[in-house]
Design a protein around this ligand. Sequence first.
Ligand SMILES: Nc1ncnc2c1ncn2[C@@H]1O[C@H](COP(=O)(O)OP(=O)(O)OP(=O)(O)O)[C@@H](O)[C@H]1O
Ligand SMILES: [Mg+2]
Length: 261
Amino acid sequence: MMEAVPSPHRGEGEGEGTKPATGASAPVLEVEKLTAGYGGPPVISGVTIEARRGAITAIVGPNGAGKSTLLKAIAGLIRPTEGSVKVKGADVTGLPAEKLVSKGLAYVPQVANVFPELTIRENLDMGGYSRKDGVRERIEELFKLFPDLAASSQRKAHTLSGGQRTMLALARGLMVDPAVLILDEPSAGLAPKFQGLIWERIEEIRSTNVAVLVIEQNTRETLRHAQWAYVLVLGENRLEGPGQELLDDEEVVNLYVGRLS
Ligand SMILES: Nc1ncnc2c1ncn2[C@@H]1O[C@H](COP(=O)(O)OP(=O)(O)OP(=O)(O)O)[C@@H](O)[C@H]1O
Ligand SMILES: [Mg+2]
């Protein structure tokens, strides 16, 4: 088991371990008392979270706690029955996913959905469909962030490894210059060795002033990276705090983390 030491990446973000109530770094994503499900009883009830630019915000909690459901309700894949979602101060509650893109919110689902028959570059082109201009420039910027993709930009997506496909899905989500990037288990289905690589990329994305909202498999590692984390249990907020503080809290680790990582 790894020790709970602060990651070398920490300490650069304005959101570092703090949750300023107002001011310049006001939350760019505000979710208030959100209730949602799949037609039956609600899966999440009255969940309140927020995410800030330049910070990694994590949702952790046991399997079935409703983490993915929360992200889907925020990202417009399912419609909340109560509560509100705001992006950059604008109410976007209930908007479908394709409309949310133009509001500054990008969602990368658990299974990396890239177009297998298209090349890397073509996939990124498609990801930028809603941009008025600057597609080519944005692709070049993203190639700097993802040098592996740049090196094989003419390869078709179906020839990529799982890890490369995940990187492509991340880059595609970033084509629209989102204020908020939502990631549901980007390392799902990948060998554990990819987790470190994916966290490196997430840290770089964060450093470009994006608000990253993420669920990841390894709770301990996730808390280590998160400036702020929410513990979700049975579809409700249970606890929140700087990731490292939650990790240092013996009770939290025993109750919610120890069994999970
Ligand atoms: N499409 C669906 N239709 C009906 N029920 C669903 C659907 N997706 C999830 N659920 C139910 O919602 C509850 C929460 O699931 P969710 O996937 O949000 O949990 P999670 O916290 O993401 O879990 P995990 O850590 O296993 O990914 C579970 O009881 C699950 O069975
Ligand atoms: Mg899930």
